[in-house]
Design a protein around this ligand. Structure first.
Ligand SMILES: *[C@@H]1O[C@H](CO)[C@@H](O)[C@H](O)[C@H]1NC(C)=O
Ligand SMILES: *[C@@H]1O[C@H](CO)[C@@H](O)[C@H](O)[C@H]1NC(C)=O
Ligand SMILES: [Zn+2]
Length: 453
C-alpha cells in the first residue's frame, strides 16, 4: 500500500509559507500603527494646540524664544504680521496684527494672553505636564491647557477660519499680544508694555484677556480683578519671665489685634456663606504667617515672653471696596497705637484708575463693546453667566487702570477649574467649541463701527 510520506522539503515549505503569512500579518498591523501615528502628526487645530503646549514656558525658566517662534510661524501661516518687542532683554513680547480695512476708525481690538505658566510637579501628574497627551476621552493634559495657552491658540484658529470664510479682512484692526511674566506679577511684561510708545500706537479701544473655566454650561466673564494688599501687623511690649502674667506683652498685644482681624474676616465670610455676596465681591482676609519667640537651636526659649511679635495677612479688595475707609479701619482697629501696634500696608497694584474711578469694566449699555460682545455669545449659541469679579489678579488690571474696557474670558464650559493645579487638562471638544465662539466674537467686535472710542 502506498503511504504518502511528505518529503521534508514540503514540510519546510509549509513552515516558511506559514511564517511568511504570520510575518506579513504582523507587518501590516505595524503599518496600521504608523498610519495612526501619521494621523496624529497631521496639521489640525488639536495638533497645533498640542504642539504649543509642548513648549515648556513654566517658571522659573520659561522658554519664551520657542513659544514666540512657534506663534510667529502660526501667525505667518494665516497672513498676520508679527513683531517681537524686547522691552526687557530675554523676555520677548509678541505682537500680531490683522489690519483693518478702515484705518480711520479711532481704536483697535486687542486679544491678549500670556506666554508663561506656573511650574508643574511631574511626579504628581498622571501624564507628563509637557506631553500634551490626548487620552481616549478627549482630554488634552498639559500645564497651560486652561491657563492660558488655550486662548492663545484659539484666537489664531478663529482668525484662520474667518479669513477662509466670512471675514477675509476685518473693518477694525485686530491686535494679538503674547506677553511674558504674567504669572510672576507682570512688572517686566504688561507693566512695561503699558508704558511703552508701542502700546500707545496700537490705540486699543477694547481688550479680551483670560478668564476661567466654568463647571456648568454657562460661559463666565470677568469685569474686574481684586487688588491685593499685604498687611503686616507688628506689636511690641514689655519682655518678661514666662512664669509671670502681666499686661502689655508683645504677643498679647498681637493676639488682641488678631482677634479683631478675625472678626472682620468672619463678617466678610458670613456674607459669602449666606449667599449675599460672591467670594470675590467681599474683602477677603487670610492670615499667612505669625512670627514671635526667641529662637534657641531648633526651638524657642520657653520661659521668656518676647518683646516683639508680627503677623502677615493677604487682603484682597474688590473694586467696590472703599480703600480709604479700609485703610482707616486697619490703622484704628487692627493696629491701634495704644496697644503698641504698628502696621504696614503694601498695595500690590492700583485700586483706582487714572481718573480716580473704581477699576472695572462696565457690563451694561453704557459700554457699547459689552453689547457687541454679549450679543455675539448669544449668536454663537452660548449662554453667558452673570459677570463676575475675578478672585485673583491678571494683567487686565494694567489696561483697566488706563480706563480701557477689558473683559476676562476663556470659553471653557463643563470643565473643572484646574489652573495652577496638578493634572490640568482641557477636552478637545471644549477647545474646538471655544474656537467657534471666538469666531463670532472676533467677527462682531472687529466689524463694529459704532464706538467713538
Ligand atoms: C508698650 O511697649 C512698651 C515697651 O516697648 C511697654 O513698656 C508698654 O507697657 C507697652 N504698652 C502696652 C499698652 O502694651
Ligand atoms: C453701568 O455700570 C456702571 C458701572 O458698573 C455704573 O456706574 C452705571 O451707572 C451703569 N449705567 C447704566 C446706564 O446702567
Ligand atoms: Zn493665566
Amino acid at each position: 500500500m502506498y503511504r504518502f510520506t511528505p518529503p521534508i522539503f514540503l514540510l519546510l515549505l509549509l513552515l516558511i509559507t506559514l511564517s511568511t503569512v504570520l510575518l506579513t500579518a504582523s507587518q501590516s498591523t505595524h503599518q496600521d500603527d504608523q498610519v495612526r501615528e501619521e494621523e496624529e502628526e497631521e496639521d489640525t487645530p488639536i495638533t497645533r494646540f498640542q504642539q504649543y503646549l509642548r513648549i515648556n514656558t513654566a517658571h522659573p525658566t520659561p522658554d519664551y524664544a520657542s513659544a514666540v517662534s512657534y506663534l510667529t510661524s502660526q501667525a505667518h501661516s494665516i497672513g498676520l504680521t508679527a513683531r517681537t518687542l524686547h522691552l526687557t532683554p530675554s523676555k520677548p513680547l509678541l505682537l500680531l496684527t490683522w489690519a483693518g480695512t478702515q484705518p480711520s476708525l479711532p481704536s483697535s481690538l486687542l486679544l491678549n494672553s500670556h506666554l508663561d505658566s506656573v511650574p508643574a510637579e511631574p511626579s504628581k501628574w498622571s501624564h507628563p505636564p509637557f506631553s500634551a497627551s490626548l487620552t481616549p476621552d478627549g482630554r488634552i493634559h498639559a500645564r497651560g491647557a486652561q491657563d492660558d495657552k488655550s486662548i492663545s491658540m484659539q484666537y489664531l484658529e478663529a482668525i484662520r477660519t474667518l479669513r477662509k470664510t466670512t471675514l477675509p479682512n476685518p473693518i477694525r484692526t485686530v491686535h494679538i499680544s503674547y506677553v511674558p511674566d504674567e504669572e510672576i506679577g507682570g512688572a517686566d511684561g504688561w507693566g512695561r508694555f503699558v508704558e511703552s510708545e508701542a502700546f500707545d500706537e496700537l490705540r486699543v479701544g477694547f481688550v479680551l484677556d483670560e478668564g476661567q473655566a466654568s463647571v456648568g454650561d454657562q460661559l463666565r466673564v470677568f469685569y474686574a480683578d481684586r487688588c491685593p494688599w499685604w498687611v503686616i501687623l507688628r506689636a511690641v511690649g514689655a519682655p518678661g519671665h514666662g512664669s509671670r502674667m502681666y499686661d502689655g506683652s508683645a504677643v498679647e498685644n498681637l493676639m488682641r489685634s488678631v482677634e479683631v482681624v478675625g472678626k472682620f474676616r468672619e463678617a466678610q465670610f458670613d456674607a459669602v456663606k449666606a449667599g449675599l455676596a460672591a467670594p470675590s465681591e467681599v474683602v477677603s482676609v487670610n492670615p499667612v504667617y505669625f512670627k514671635a519667640g526667641i529662637q534657641s537651636g531648633e526651638g524657642f526659649v520657653m520661659n521668656m515672653q518676647p518683646s516683639e511679635a508680627e503677623a502677615g495677612f493677604d487682603v484682597r479688595l474688590p473694586p467696590t471696596a472703599d480703600p480709604d475707609l479700609l485703610k482707616r479701619r486697619i490703622l484704628e482697629e487692627w493696629a491701634p497705637a495704644h496697644w503698641n501696634l504698628t502696621c504696614t500696608i503694601s498695595e500690590r497694584g492700583p485700586i483706582r484708575d487714572f481718573k480716580g474711578r473704581p477699576i472695572m469694566t462696565a457690563t451694561n449699555d453704557s459700554n457699547p463693546w459689552w453689547s457687541v460682545f454679549s450679543n455675539a455669545i448669544v449668536a454663537a449659541g452660548g449662554k453667558l453667566a452673570k459677570p463676575e469679579i475675578l478672585a485673583s489678579t491678571t494683567d487686565a488690571r494694567f489696561l483697566r487702570q488706563r480706563g480701557i474696557p477689558t473683559l476676562g474670558f476663556s470659553p471653557m464650559t463643563n470643565t473643572p477649574i484646574l489652573l495652577h493645579d496638578h493634572n490640568e487638562f482641557l477636552k478637545d471638544t471644549v477647545y474646538l467649541r471655544g474656537i467657534e465662539i471666538y469666531e463670532h466674537i472676533i467677527s462682531a467686535l472687529s466689524s463694529f463701527k459704532g464706538s467713538s472710542t
